[in-house]
Design a protein around this ligand. Structure first.
Ligand SMILES: Nc1nc2c(ncn2[C@@H]2O[C@H](COP(=O)(O)OP(=O)(O)OP(=O)(O)O)[C@@H](O)[C@H]2O)c(=O)[nH]1
Ligand SMILES: [Mg+2]
Length: 427
């Protein structure tokens, strides 16, 4: 499977169904009365985190995802059916941005985390809804609202707990395969691993996710090799394991092997060094393993080093024990932090269609044009096809206030002003 960690998608929630006008016509109900039902609600587009998905590959050829529209209302008070919501499953670690301004809409941090990204339109009311003691036979009805629409960018930045870094061939994949359920490709050549692989490691009663990423080389932080585009996948790890091969065949000099990776981490993002980094000398089973280890130890003075053989599974337990012990110390704090982050995205970003200023433009000596998001909203919601609707529309847009404003701007009696495609005359 190809590794895809970015894509663009258009999302569209369902439109609300329209309300209708209808009249009761039955012999034993001579009075009749309004009988038009409401339209159904449009379906929402809901993003949901799924830990079984590891890449955005499934979205590769998908350009648009739409939820179902609500059905129109019917006569005999029939309520139109609501449109079905559509659930968009994404890998945990997917960040969703609005392409308009690159702002983050939501960050999916947990499996089953749900976020309603596009809200379906409300259904319009039918004339039965508007029946009152003042108006027993209203010719009032509404269209449904449009569903929200968004163009988004999905970007995957894994939420692994532990990230493995090191030069190519250091033994990262061998290590992750040894300790977890991962099946990362192993090979005695550089750049065997071409994309990140996740593995779950169990220890005592805790589970941690480890991420194997492609080998890093000098210049990785500037785009050399494969590592750069994958460095972002370790940004959100709590711990890093830096694996260095103690085999002469891989490194002439273990010190420069260590420093190369350290430099790339600093250059990519200095904060990476604030993470808890475990330095692991691998391939201790090789001929000069011990000698190389001593050399590195002298160089790193007080730093703790772990000696392992990923191939034989030797001494790995000490390392895992320390990582899980450290994790236990901060576990609660990190869980709370994650929960707070998840909750911070609870609110649905509804565009405030009814807000926004009125714009008045003098088109000609006696001709004016008036626009506002609120006017536009009610124009779509209330069809201008019945007298009752026309009166209601004028109330909703506060026609009196608009006329007052026009006069302040210099309009006089008899001037014409246009709202959407309707012509009015200043009174
Ligand atoms: N002798 C010995 N060989 C090892 C050990 N760990 C890994 N190897 C070998 O080293 C080679 C590279 O191992 P990988 O696990 O593919 O290395 P990697 O760091 O994932 O390499 P890239 O994916 O290219 O970055 C393979 O031939 C492994 O069998 C070890 O502890 N001892
Ligand atoms: Mg590998």
């Amino acid at each position: 499977m190809k590794f895809v960690d970015k894509c663009i998608l258009e999302l569209k929630a369902g439109d609300g169904g329209n309300g209708v006008i209808s009249w009761r016509k039955e012999a034993h109900y001579p009075e009749g009365g309004p009988w038009g039902g409401d339209g159904g609600r449009g379906g929402d587009v809901i993003i949901i985190g799924d830990h079984n998905i590891n890449t955005l590959f499934d979205f590769r050829y998908i350009k648009k995802i739409s939820a179902e529209n609500g059905e129109n209302g019917g006569s005999k008070l029939c309520h139109g059916a609501d449109g079905n919501d559509v659930f968009v499953k994404v890998p945990v670690g997917t960040i969703i941005k609005n392409t308009k301004d690159n702002s983050i809409i939501v960050d999916i941090l947990k499996t089953n985390q749900q976020y309603t990204i596009c809200k379906g339109g409300r259904g319009g009311h039918g004339n039965a809804f508007f029946k009152s003691s003042y108006n027993k036979a209203p010719t009032l009805f509404e269209n449904g609202d449009k569903g929200q629409q968004l163009k988004v960018e999905l970007e995957l930045k894994y939420i692994a707990d532990v990230g493995l870094v090191g030069l190519p061939n250091a033994g990262k994949s061998t290590f992750i395969n040894q300790i977890s359920n991962a099946k990362s490709k192993i090979g005695n050549y550089q750049f065997t691993t071409l994309f990140p692989v996740l593995g779950v490691v169990q220890y005592d009663n805790n589970n941690l996710i480890f991420a194997d990423i492609p080998g890093l080389i000098e210049g990785a932080s500037h785009g050399v090799g494969l590592g750069f585009e994958f460095l972002k996948h370790i940004e959100r790890c709590h711990f890093l394991i830096h694996i260095i091969s103690m085999d002469d065949i891989d490194n002439n000099d273990v010190i420069s092997a260590y420093e190369t990776i350290n430099n790339e981490l600093v250059k990519y993002k200095h904060e990476l060094l604030n993470k808890c980094i475990y330095i692991v000398a691998n391939k201790m089973d090789t001929e000069n393993g011990e000698k190389n280890f001593e050399k590195l130890k002298r160089h790193l003075k007080n730093k703790k080093l772990y000696k392992i053989s990923a191939l034989n599974g030797q001494n790995i337990d000490d390392l895992l024990k320390d990582i899980f012990e450290e994790y236990s110390k901060y576990k609660n704090e990190w869980e709370i932090e994650k929960e707070n982050n998840v909750n911070s995205y609870k609110l649905i970003k509804v565009e405030k269609e009814l807000d926004g200023k009125i714009t008045i433009v003098r088109v000609d000596d006696k001709l004016w044009k008036v626009t506002s998001p609120k006017i536009h909203y009610w124009y779509n919601r209330i069809p201008q096809t019945t007298d009752d609707n026309v009166v209601r529309f004028n109330q909703k847009i506060q026609l009196d206030e608009i006329e007052k404003k026009l006069k302040e701007f210099g309009a006089i009696k008899g001037d014409i002003f246009i709202i959407e495609d309707i012509e009015y005359i200043v009174d």
